[in-house]
Design a binder for this molecule. Structure first.
Ligand code: COA
Length: 165
């Protein structure tokens, strides 16, 4: 059964299902330089379905976010060991950007990692990706670190994180 989380106009924001994964991979190939194996997509969906979210317009996939959970040192507390959500990848196809879909995908993934009792949520983003950095800042993420040459092409990343109450 499909779990629809909200609508933005004619766009459904819903939990992903196994049959969505091919379309997610296609969007990823079109929009981002970082790609993953089929198995990796499947494992993220089975491990954290609450934060693997799809945006769909009239049966066409237009965006996704997928995440995982980890235990590790807090990005906020000195010496704290916490459960963290981690955004692995998010994208909205070009024609559907600037309609609030990216914002909704991140908000719903925040709800998803909270269901899994995460204390914090973090992500990496290219320092040059102003649109994405602005989106995350609007949702309360803060830049915690700059990771040198994080990407294969040598570009630095910002590590951005948000702490839950
Ligand atoms: N009318 C006009 N503008 C609107 C709007 C509307 N109805 N709804 C939202 N917007 C604006 C937002 O205010 C925001 O503006 P800002 O950049 O000036 O702050 C902008 O549109 C983007 O917000 P939103 O629509 O929620 O995001 P999006 O759907 O465009 O998706 C990304 C954002 C980053 C996911 C998208 O640009 C993308 O897929 N980029 C390529 C992949 C990528 O970089 N992924 C991130 C890797 S970390």
């Amino acid at each position: 059964m499909q779990v629809i989380l909200r609508n933005i106009g004619d766009c459904n924001i819903r939990r992903a299902e196994p049959s969505d994964l091919i379309s997610v991979m296609e969007i990823n190939l079109k929009t981002l330089p970082e790609h993953y194996s089929d198995y990796f997509y499947e494992s993220l969906l089975s491990e954290l379905p609450e934060a693997f979210i799809i945006a769909e317009v009239a049966g066409k996939h237009v965006g996704y976010i997928m995440c995982k959970t980890e235990f590790g040192f807090s990005n906020f507390k000195k010496l704290g060991f916490v459960k963290k959500g981690h955004v692995v990848s998010i994208a909205v196809i070009d024609e559907y950007r600037k309609k609030g879909i990216g914002n909704a995908l991140v908000e719903e993934s925040v709800n998803g990692v909270k269901i899994q009792k995460c204390d914090e949520f973090y992500l990496e983003v290219r320092c040059s990706n102003n649109e994405a950095v602005r989106l995350y800042e609007k949702l309360g993420f803060v830049i915690k670190q700059q990771l040198n040459a994080y990407y294969r092409d040598g570009e630095d990343a910002y590590l951005m994180a948000i702490e839950f109450d």
